[in-house]
Write a protein that binds this ligand. Structure first.
Ligand SMILES: [Zn+2]
Length: 281
């Protein structure tokens, strides 16, 4: 079996595919097609949830990643132990259905993603990356040592401190770890926490500036298959950001509609950035 050709990086929400395999998944079945517009949840970095939608009119229960070995055995989602993208396996999108809705192998099926939900998840995902990069810019002066930098030369706080990222329609929660290892890298955590309101204002001003400049967004792909590497790229007046990313996105910051961020501090070692985007009402 070949790795699935994926159309979601280009923003596609509808298409058709040929059924290559139907695999039992406990009480459910997994349908693997040659290509799909569906975005599956990533088992190792589950930031953006799976698309919702239908396969030949039947509602998907989930959409997962599968890894197929040479002998045809398939492991799915968090049961996968092979390193992500390992060329010894084929990486496939698994559309999860009730057993009664499974199509026959060889059938051509209609694949329809819930477009409204996808659009809201794309806004959330772009909004979260922009939020993170604006935070990089605002806290750039709080580093006392040289560290890895982002696309426009700011110390990459997001890459260094991000522990978890979770998106829902039109919202994202990024959890940053402010522990000892961050302080050892030369970051002044106390200064960050002493002025979260001020930081929120500056981050908002930075995002507003990039949005006013009509910064464009694109997904750079190294190939058409699920396992091929993809980068989120955003062109701002100061340069181009590039973040490895398997999700879906809008094509410009103006498409986010509204944008806001709040910072929460559940404990002294954790900072959560809550980004909200979209069109109210
Ligand atoms: Zn991403």
């Amino acid at each position: 079996m070949n790795s699935t050709i994926v159309d979601f990086p280009a923003g596609v929400v509808h298409g058709s595919g040929t059924v290559l395999q139907v695999v039992p998944l406990g009480e459910r079945v997994g349908v693997i097609t040659d290509r799909t517009p569906f975005h599956p949840v990533d088992p190792t970095w589950p930031d953006q949830p799976a698309d919702a939608g239908t396969l030949d009119g039947a509602t998907l229960l989930d959409c997962l990643v599968g890894a197929v070995a040479d002998d045809g055995t398939i492991t799915v989602d968090t049961d996968i132990t092979t390193r992500r993208g390992d060329p010894s396996h084929e990486w496939v999108v698994v559309h999860v259905l009730e057993p009664g809705s499974a199509p026959a192998v060889g059938a051509q099926v209609d694949l329809q993603v819930d477009a409204e939900r996808r659009a809201a998840l794309s806004r959330a995902h772009t909004g979260c990356h922009v939020s993170a990069l604006a935070l990089n810019a605002v806290v750039a002066g709080l580093w006392r040592k040289e560290v890895v930098t982002d696309g426009i030369g700011n110390p990459d706080f997001d890459r260094i401190a991000l522990a978890e990222s979770r998106m829902t329609p039109d919202a994202a929660r990024d959890t940053y770890r402010l522990g000892k290892s961050l302080r050892k890298k030369g970051f002044d955590t106390a200064a960050l926490l002493s002025d979260l309101d001020g930081i929120r204002e500056q981050v908002s001003a930075q995002v507003a500036q990039w949005t006013a400049a009509d910064a464009s967004v694109e997904i750079e792909v190294s190939g058409p298959h699920l396992a091929d590497l993809r980068n989120w790229c955003c062109h701002v007046p100061q340069g181009t950001f590039r973040i490895p990313c398997g999700g879906t996105h809008v094509t410009s910051l103006r498409e986010l509609g509204s944008w806001s961020v709040d910072y929460e501090q559940p404990d002294e070692h954790t900072l959560v950035a809550v980004t909200k985007v979209g069109y109210p009402g």
